[in-house]
Ligand binder design. Structure first.
Ligand SMILES: *Cc1c(COP(=O)(O)O)cnc(C)c1O
Length: 428
């Protein structure tokens, strides 16, 4: 494959955009080389600026659950655009999508739309703090909740009490209110709560972690968190920006039958347009401005194009009773195929999977948290990534990302992918 035009475009972009990209994960920092510039996409395939066709396992990092340029979404956006693209006034479609979301997701009465997952999580935490009157939050190492200050905190070595900022620009003052826990380690969470009695407002978690590869919650972990929250007056926030409308109609709450207090959405809910949302039961949502004291706003929130895309997406998901079964079957098929060829080629690996999220780790141990995820062999991953790319398979350019399976993928695509992985594995 030739990437001449992509490389040229990247050099041009670097002159005027920091690092040539508008979001760091798009750069190939972790794998080397230069990013592919996409020209267009349809269904399961990307077509780049050099005319290469790629089978896409990123799918805009999650939103394209039904494939690229999905017609009901595209048509809904075109129709709306002709009638004006933003008003800063209420529109009926906002209520329509809100009603649908509330009917699909368990345990929520009201939902507020924003423009990104970051905004959703940031607002959810503010709401939790306002509602409980407490300042501290617990997050898990390796979980991503967007780029707002409170979330850019990682453990210093051995630090379990106070996190240190892992980006300049995040103040120590902010960092001290973010407590870091180990994913899948309930005891660790219990200790943090005890050490900060009556100070913790909320626990925010990806109910299936997807930003350190795909890491399922161990049996009893989410239930345990629910219990700790109940006994300590702490709100449980499920960040379902990745898992919402992907693992089930009602997301992880439905899949695991566990109630969270606030749930955050993004990605799929916007059908590929910039949408985020957070939702909860009345008692919590009524704490928001203009009826409550916690302020939160957005000039373009509930934007008609974004709502039209999201509504078309959710309607399709809601009306297709076989969708999640199909997605799960395709992902399981890929899992089995990858497992088989990697094993045959003696490649040390672990594959994690929940629903249509799957990740391949070149690690010996089970991957259950950030630490075990970080033990994966990054050199092997780099070769794996570039090997796949050369043969037209596009996975995320980092070992810490999930592959997103879309309904547009055919079994032929999956067979092709498994075949390529077989060939690439022989040279790892
Ligand atoms: C992507 C993601 C976010 C951030 O969403 P943006 O739209 O990129 O701001 C937050 N939480 C999770 C779990 C995500 O996967």
């Amino acid at each position: 494959m030739i990437y001449k035009r992509s490389s040229d475009l990247f050099i041009e972009a670097e002159q005027v955009i920091p690092g040539g990209v508008n979001s760091p994960v798009r750069a190939f920092k972790a794998v080397g080389g230069t990013p592919i510039f996409v020209k267009e996409a349809k269904g399961a395939y990307l077509y780049d600026e050099d005319g290469n066709k790629l089978i896409d396992y990123i799918n805009s990092w999650g939103p394209m659950l039904l494939g690229h340029a999905f017609e009901p979404v595209v048509n809904a956006v075109i129709d709306k655009a002709k009638k004006g693209t933003s008003f800063g006034m209420p529109t009926e479609i906002e209520t329509e999508i809100a009603k649908l979301a509330v009917s699909m997701v368990p345990n929520i009465d009201k939902i507020r739309f924003v423009n990104s997952g970051t905004e959703a999580c940031m607002s959810a935490v503010r709401l939790a703090r306002g509602f409980t009157g407490k300042d501290k939050i617990i997050k898990f190492a390796g979980c991503y909740h967007g780029h707002s200050d409170s979330f850019l905190i990682q453990a210093g070595s051995g630090a379990v009490t106070f996190g240190t900022p892992n980006s300049p620009g995040v103040t120590e003052g902010t960092a001290k209110d973010t407590l870091l826990a180990r994913y899948n380690d309930l005891q660790n969470v219990a200790e943090l709560i005890e050490a900060n009695t009556n100070e913790v407002a909320c626990i925010i978690i990806e109910p299936v972690a997807g930003n350190m590869g795909c890491i399922p919650p161990l049996e009893g972990f989410l239930e345990g968190l629910r219990g700790l929250c109940d006994t300590n007056d702490i709100l449980l926030i499920f960040d379902e920006v990745m898992t919402g409308f992907r693992l089930a109609k009602g997301g992880a709450q439905e899949l695991f039958d566990i109630k969270s207090d606030i749930v955050c959405f993004g990605k799929v809910i916007g059908g590929g347009l910039p949408v985020g949302a957070f939702a909860a039961r009345d008692e919590i949502m009524n704490y928001l401005a203009p009826i409550g004291p916690v302020y939160q706003a957005g000039t373009l929130s509930g934007n008609p194009l974004a709502m039209a895309a999201g509504l078309a997406m959710l309607k399709t998901i809601d009306s297709d009773s076989e969708l999640f079964k199909r997605l799960e079957e395709k992902t399981a098929y890929l899992h089995n195929g990858l497992s088989k060829v990697l094993t045959e080629n003696n490649i040390t690996h672990t594959i994690n999977r929940v629903g249509s999220m799957i990740s391949v780790h070149f690690a010996e141990e089970k991957v259950v948290d950030f630490e075990t995820s970080a033990k994966g062999n990054n050199e092997t991953f780099k070769k794996f990534f570039h090997g796949l790319l050369k043969q037209g398979i596009y996975i995320a350019p980092s070992a810490f990302e999930t592959w997103f399976i879309t309904d547009a993928l055919t079994y032929k695509d999956l067979d092709e992918t498994i075949k390529v992985v077989d060939v690439v594995s022989k040279n790892l």
